[in-house]
Design a protein around this ligand. Structure first.
Ligand SMILES: *Cc1c(COP(=O)(O)O)cnc(C)c1O
Length: 438
């Protein structure tokens, strides 16, 4: 078994894309100060590795978690590569539909679905995982008014515990997500809920995101599979026909190695939840970060440099607006930084500890502290790898900073790089929408 899949997306490839971006005017001092890049060849290779990791004999839908990178052209590319889409809000549902996903390829999870959102999802035929008994009662009311083609399930919280980042752990004893399986009386109440609702044919769980060890995730999935078997035994027939195992495969932010791979995760699932592979269940997965993070990077110009208290600081155009988690929780979300010159060439030179700051007006707006890098100068570019998911795709509007342009890149066999627009740069202060149009 391999434990490591070497990424197609490496430092050399980032440099190639960056140099082409500078040459083609996608980065310009004074105007295009910051941009995000998605390596579309890398995305294709990752999706291929995901499809290969699960046995071809099982009916599996890999639904990309839209929140990880919700840009419509990115979602459309993932659809072309054979993925489905998991959405967690009405906005993400609109993006998935705009990207061309058929309703049956979409899964709607959210702990706060409104009646109107549920009604729309059920009329479209989008799969829904109910997050609570109260939500099940809303589904009852909607279904009383007419049938739906939607696959319907319940999100269970297997309460297997937290990973290393509390805010990313959804299977703790007191998580806000799903129906807690081990709370007094809940299992019996859930079994009755399935018995009373023959249309409840799926079980869903999502143990957590970054920071959850594979064994923890696999144990959570195993509890969901055991619960599905329990439902079927309780009702005396195979009512539950599908298991949605969520996402959460962690990403290695330390190096260009893509580890763990999807194959390693599947090996853990086989060990903990063999019944998942029995052929009795359809499978849905909801990976987000592991599909996109390592296939994206951002690049920003250094606007100024200074030395403060003896420490060099580079003031760049990438800060909290595009690296929110890293800036506010630096220990949980460390990112690598690479130093490049104004042409995009990797800088050589003795590494010097320096702070890499962003443009926002608060002191904590730092991408990295005391990071040893060749000394940055005005006009250099900093590259921030592994930011294809949850970074530049969902910017924070602090200081009314604009949303940076995002470019998709493909590298031909001859080394030439072709870009396609994934999002134009957008002002945080758009012209007002005129009521009634012009
Ligand atoms: C966030 C989320 C995911 C995706 O998590 P990743 O860590 O990006 O794989 C999948 N399912 C649900 C329900 C989520 O909330």
């Amino acid at each position: 078994m391999t434990t490591t899949v070497s990424g197609t997306h490496t430092a050399g490839r980032r440099e190639q894309i960056l140099r082409a971006a500078v040459q083609q005017g996608l980065l310009e001092p004074g105007t295009a100060l910051l941009a995000g890049f998605v390596d579309l060849d890398g995305v294709e290779a990752t999706v291929t590795s995901l499809h290969r990791a699960f046995p071809a004999s099982l009916r599996t839908l890999h639904a990309f978690a839209a929140k990880a990178n919700c840009l419509v052209p990115v979602l459309a590319e993932l659809r072309r590569l054979g993925m489905g889409c998991e959405v967690a809000s009405a906005g993400e549902l609109d993006q998935a539909l705009e990207a061309g996903f058929a309703p049956e390829q979409i899964v709607f999870d959210s702990p706060a679905k409104t009646r109107a959102e549920l009604t729309r999802a059920l009329s479209l035929g989008v799969a829904v995982n109910a997050d609570s008994f109260q939500e099940l009662a809303r589904l009852d009311a909607i279904l009383a008014a007419g049938p739906s083609a939607s696959r319907l399930g319940v999100r269970v919280n297997p309460q297997v515990g937290a990973g290393s980042i509390g805010a990313m752990s959804t299977a703790t004893a007191t998580s806000k997500f799903g129906v807690p399986l081990e709370d007094e009386g809940n299992r019996q109440r859930l079994l009755e809920a399935y018995r009373e609702r023959p249309w409840l044919t799926w079980v869903h769980t999502h143990v957590g995101s970054q920071g959850c060890p594979l064994d923890l995730i696999a144990r959570g999935v195993a509890k969901a599979v055991e619960f599905a078997e329990e439902v079927n035994a309780h009702v005396g027939r195979r009512q539950v026909t599908g298991i949605d195992i969520g996402g959460g495969l962690p990403v290695n932010f330390d190096s260009d190695e893509t580890t763990p791979g999807f194959d390693t995760y599947v090996a853990h699932l086989r060990e903990h939840a063999p019944a998942l592979f029995s052929g009795a269940y359809e499978i849905v997965t909801e990976f987000g970060r592991s599909v996109l993070a390592k296939n994206g990077f951002m690049a920003a110009y250094v606007e100024y440099t200074k030395t403060v208290g003896g420490r060099p600081i580079a003031i760049t155009h990438a800060g909290a607006q595009v690296a929110t988690r890293t800036v506010f929780a630096p220990d949980a979300w460390p990112l690598r930084i690479e130093a490049h010159d104004h042409l995009g060439r990797a800088k050589q030179g003795r590494p010097v500890p320096q702070d890499i700051a962003g443009p926002c007006c608060f002191a904590g707006d730092l991408l990295a502290r005391e990071r040893a890098l060749p000394l940055l100068d005005v006009g250099d570019l900093v590259v921030v790898p592994d930011t294809g998911a949850y970074y530049f795709s969902t910017p924070f509007h602090y200081n009314s900073l604009p949303e940076p342009a995002v470019h998709g890149a493909r590298v031909a066999a001859d080394g030439s790089v072709t870009f396609e627009p994934l999002r134009p740069a957008r002002s945080a202060h758009p012209a007002p929408v005129l009521a009634g149009g012009l």
